[in-house]
Structures are given as C-alpha cells and as structure tokens.
Design a protein around this ligand. Structure first.
Ligand code: 15L
Length: 260
C-alpha cells in the first residue's frame, strides 16, 4: 500500500471489523472510528468513538491522515432525516475536513443501491446513470457525485466501491450475483490503496460469481481479481428457494428488497 496513516470509519461494523484486522498489520498508523465502542486495539491503532455528522469531529479525525477508508454511516434504508444527517451531511463533512487536511485518497463504500433500479437482466458498467432504489441509495449516489466533485475541483482521489452483498456467505438467489466475500472485499480496499493513480474510479464489488450483471472493465486499472465465488453455494441456495417468484421485485431488480 502507498499510504502509511489511515483513518477507518465504521470500524465497529461488520465490514469495518474485517478491515481493522487486515489494515492494522499493514500500515504504520491506523485510526479507527465508529459511533459504537471498540476493544482490542492493535499496538499501532488509535480508537476514537465519534459521530461523523459533526464537522469539528471530522476535522479531528482526519488530522495527520494520508488516506481514509470510509465505511461509516447508516448501512440500511431508513427515514430520509436520518439518512440525510449521517450519510449526506456526515459524508460532506468528512470530505470537507479531508480536503482541508490534505488527505490524498478516500476509499468509499458505495453500494449496489445507487443503481438498484436496474433490472437483473441488464449488464451495466460504471458509466450508466445512477438509479437509486431507496433513501439509502440516493445518499450513496450523492456520495459518488461529491467524490467526483472533490476530484475534479480539488484533486482529492476516491475509489467508490459499489458493494453488492458482503456477508460471510451467500444465502439468497440474488446473492448468486451480488455476493462479495470478505477476502475479495479486502482485496478491493487493498488495491484501492495501492494503485498509484485512481482519480475517481467506480468499481462494482462482487466476487467471481458466474452470474453477474456488472461489467468492471472501466476499473481494470485497479487490478482487482476476485478469488471467491457464490457458485460454490448454488446447490444450498436452490434447495432453500426452489421456485423463486420472477415477478417479485426482489428477484427482478439489482437492488432486491431495497426497491420494494
Ligand atoms: C447494502 O448496501 C447493505 O449495507 C447490506 O446490508 C446489504 O443489504 C446489501 O446492500 C445488499 O443489498 O445485499
């Protein structure tokens, strides 16, 4: 990796916990932050409990930081007021604080839900217009746009990871297309912090699943080569759901449930 001092937001979450374990041994200094408390700090890790919605808190968090791995915020759909405070205002505060502090790069956990209204039969790349499926998806699309603005206007680089379903294992028909293993999720973050120049790159976050509705050729410069595959779980998933209703939005749209 080309950065020594990393801020990880959302560090107490499901993916944040995976990232803390993997980032700490590979960097000089890791500052992990979350609104929830954390334990078991690594020797080179500082843990800070903070609310991302506050610009002053964000300014403290980014002090002496080279790159940010931003996995913080609300991770499900919610009322617009909540999403607005945390995922929009909080996001903007973090970028503004990062710009002022001279942070070089941000790896942003965007989501399938920024494009969730595309049909599962369509193959899309990163150049298609966003089609959010929820308040949560609107905030992710906002985040990608803000990242683009900060690159164009201020030279602050971002890799926006449009993460599908990053879970210990795939468990639904949709996951056969959207699943992203934790190892592949880590590979995406590691590549995003290693490649010398990314500008603002949008990449789809899925493992090497045979069924896929995403084309990552526009992000080929990241050198992301997923190793895992949801295909290994096909029998299990078909047995649990032998006759999916094709009319149901969950089985029709890329965003699944969030589009309901
Ligand atoms: C997401 O963006 C959510 O954070 C996660 O909890 C899953 O629901 C995932 O999308 C998904 O759509 O599978």
């Amino acid at each position: 990796m080309i950065y020594d001092r990393i801020l990880l937001t959302g560090a107490a979450g499901l993916l944040g916990t995976e990232l803390r374990k993997r980032l700490a041994p590979r960097v000089k200094f890791l500052r992990s932050t979350d609104i929830a408390s954390m334990t078991d700090a690594a020797p080179n890790e500082e843990q800070v409990q903070a609310d991302l919605g506050d610009l002053n808190a964000a300014k403290e968090l980014v002090r002496d930081i080279d790159a940010i791995v931003h996995f913080g915020g609300i991770s499900k759909d919610a009322d617009y007021e909540i999403i607005h405070r945390v995922n929009i205002i909080g996001f903007q505060s973090l970028y503004e604080a990062a710009r002022i502090a001279g942070v070089k790069r941000i790896v942003f956990s965007s989501s399938v839900h920024a494009i969730g209204f595309y049909d599962q039969t369509q193959t899309i790349d990163a150049s298609v217009p966003t089609r959010p499926d929820s308040n949560y998806g609107v905030a992710k699309a906002f985040g990608e746009n803000l990242a683009q603005l900060f690159w164009d206007k201020h030279g602050l680089e971002t890799v926006s990871l449009r993460i599908g379903s990053s879970e210990p294992k795939p468990s639904t028909r949709r996951h056969l297309m959207t699943w992203l293993s934790f190892d592949d999720m880590w590979q995406l973050v590691e590549r995003s912090l290693t490649v010398p120049r990314v500008g603002h790159t949008i990449v789809y976050g899925a493992s090497n699943n045979r069924a896929s509705f995403w084309d990552n050729r526009l992000a080929a410069h990241l050198g992301y080569h997923p190793k895992d595959s949801a295909d290994d779980y096909t029998d299990e998933i078909f047995a649990a759901d032998p006759h999916p209703n094709r009319e149901d939005i969950v089985n029709r749209l890329q965003g699944g449930m969030f589009a309901k």
